[in-house]
Write a protein that binds this ligand. Structure first.
Ligand code: SF4
Ligand code: SF4
Length: 216
């Protein structure tokens, strides 16, 4: 089942696919689904990306259904869908938890999932299932190391500089209120609602950073 899911999703345009054992970390409401399929694409999370991830997670769900397994797919923008059952699940199970549990990456100082190849430039959907999938090795702690670029460059000083680990999943990495106020002000003053500096500055996944590494 692992190979079939991975092949199908990669051929359909996913950039990364991982499998996680989430038995011990799911909320009771969904704990009968012990495995997660984490599907990542190297795109900003805009409407087009949400639609694309929707089609990928539907493919995964179809395959699981055909094989007789239960599934619950969580869309990329589940945190933005108001009053939906799935939106209530999102705080219980953000996509980043599936991705770290699958070994795809860690949570960086910027609060985003960091993958060694794509950096913080991935958007995710997740499909939970009772299929007995083989799973990857979870990443237990941050691999940001001494890097503090996002902390130093954040214009609103919203990034606390703390380091994530699985043992302290709720540590405050980003003061979201300050980040949002900054972006709101920026939109009002300059018509630009987004910032994204903490994504752009991260050396992981940056093409110019790769060149520097290979030239060294
Ligand atoms: S989006 Fe901008 S303001 Fe918000 S945390 Fe990232 S760098 Fe800071
Ligand atoms: S910029 Fe550096 S500290 Fe920030 S998330 Fe990326 S690797 Fe981690």
């Amino acid at each position: 089942m692992n190979a079939l899911l991975k092949k199908t999703l990669l051929e359909a345009g996913a950039d990364i696919v991982g499998f996680a054992d989430v038995e011990d970390i799911l909320a009771p409401e969904i704990s009968h689904l012990k495995r997660a399929v984490s599907i990542g694409v190297s795109k900003n999370l805009n409407e087009g990306t949400v639609r694309f991830l929707l089609s990928l997670k539907n493919r995964a769900a179809r395959l699981l259904k055909e094989e007789g397994y239960k599934y619950l797919s969580i869309p990329a923008d589940s945190d933005r869908i108001k009053n939906a059952f799935i939106a209530k699940l999102y705080p219980l199970f953000p996509h980043k938890i599936a991705a770290t549990s699958a070994g795809i990456g860690w949570i960086g100082r910027n609060g985003l999932l960091i993958n060694p190849e794509y950096g913080p430039r991935l958007s995710f959907a997740t499909v939970l299932t009772d299929a007995p999938l083989e799973t990857g090795s979870p990443i237990e702690e941050s691999r940001c190391g001494r890097c503090r670029l996002c902390v130093e460059h954040c214009p609103s000083k919203s990034i606390t500089g703390e380091e994530w680990s699985r043992e302290k999943p709720y540590i405050e990495l980003v003061k979201l209120k300050d980040c949002r106020s900054f972006k709101k002000e920026r939109k009002e003053l300059a018509g630009k609602p987004n910032c994204g500096l903490c994504i752009n500055i991260c050396p992981y996944g940056r093409k110019d950073f790769k060149k520097k590494v290979s030239a060294a």
